[in-house]
Ligand binder design. Structure first.
Ligand SMILES: Nc1ccn([C@@H]2O[C@H](COP(=O)(O)OP(=O)(O)OP(=O)(O)O)[C@@H](O)[C@H]2O)c(=O)n1
Ligand SMILES: C[C@](O)(CO)[C@H](O)COP(=O)(O)O
Length: 243
């Protein structure tokens, strides 16, 4: 008889941080007293149901391994791929093929670049998405008016027209789905050459809508350099002289 489904974190941390710039990839930038990655991993471990967090890094990246040395709740997998979707798929393949997770276990995919995830948002997502047919994700309703633009030859960005925002939400992470379902959905999409910027979009192509659970602004993604200062402010962390 199959055991009860467990919960595992999967943190894609294999990006180069091109938009962030600088020599240190943003997942290893210092935020308060720890790296961005450590904050993001600890945020997942805030819920006792999360058994283990798998941190997926680029081959040869030993930084994460040293950050979590001795922490039995964290395991680093050097199987990151060319894009975020490849990283997630490579990790899922590794975990399933090595029987480290069961096909029906819940996988919480959470960006290493989102250190501000709150325990209550994580709990709400796990409580609600686990009751949904396919799973779900954190997202926040779009509050700004959105413009579709064109970029002129001189580089000027020109508004073409306004995009109705009444049914638009901005996806965050974690995005929580069953291991094998997500594995198959991403694999199918990549085989078809579909570009995936998140995990839910792969599930959506299977014809099932994931549950949206309201997130919070503090869970923003660190993308540009100044985002580190903004997130530090949102989290009330001293960023003047990061340790
Ligand atoms: N090949 C990749 C690309 C991204 N990521 C991870 O996916 C998350 C979200 O991606 P993004 O914010 O785009 O990070 P980068 O790809 O590093 O940023 P950029 O696109 O600016 O290079 C990050 O935690 C990043 O480390 C990954 O694991 N593998
Ligand atoms: C997964 C994600 O954070 C949801 O908004 C986002 O799509 C990641 O995009 P990125 O370009 O890989 O940062």
């Amino acid at each position: 008889m199959a055991r009860t489904a467990k919960y595992f974190g999967l943190v894609p941390a294999g990006g180069a941080g091109r938009r962030f710039g600088g020599k240190t990839p943003k997942q290893y930038a210092i935020l308060g007293a720890h790296t961005v990655l450590e904050h993001s991993v600890q945020a997942l471990l805030a819920d006792p149901r999360v058994e283990k967090v798998f941190v997926v890094v680029a081959q040869g990246d030993s930084t994460a391994e040293s950050l979590f040395e001795g922490n039995l709740q964290v395991k680093c997998l050097p199987v990151a791929g060319a894009e975020r979707a490849n990283t997630v798929l490579n990790a899922l393949n590794h975990l399933l093929q090595n029987f480290m997770v069961n096909e029906t276990d819940w996988i919480l995919v959470h960006d290493a670049a989102r250190p501000g995830l709150s325990p209550i948002a994580l709990k709400t997502l796990m409580d609600q998405a686990s009751e949904h047919v396919v799973g779900g994700l954190l997202a926040v309703p779009v509050a700004d008016t959105l413009k579709r633009v064109v970029v002129a030859e001189e580089g000027e960005v020109i508004a073409q027209h306004t995009v109705p925002r009444d049914q638009l939400w901005a996806a965050q992470t974690p995005q929580m789905f069953r291991a094998q379902a997500l594995n198959m959905a991403i694999s199918e999409c990549l085989y078809k050459g579909l570009a995936l910027t998140d995990d839910a979009s792969a599930i959506e192509t299977m014809g099932i809508g994931p549950l949206i659970v309201p997130g919070h602004v503090e869970n923003m993604k660190i993308t540009q350099a100044d985002d580190l200062r903004i997130v530090a402010k949102l989290l009330g962390l001293n960023q003047e002289n990061p340790q």
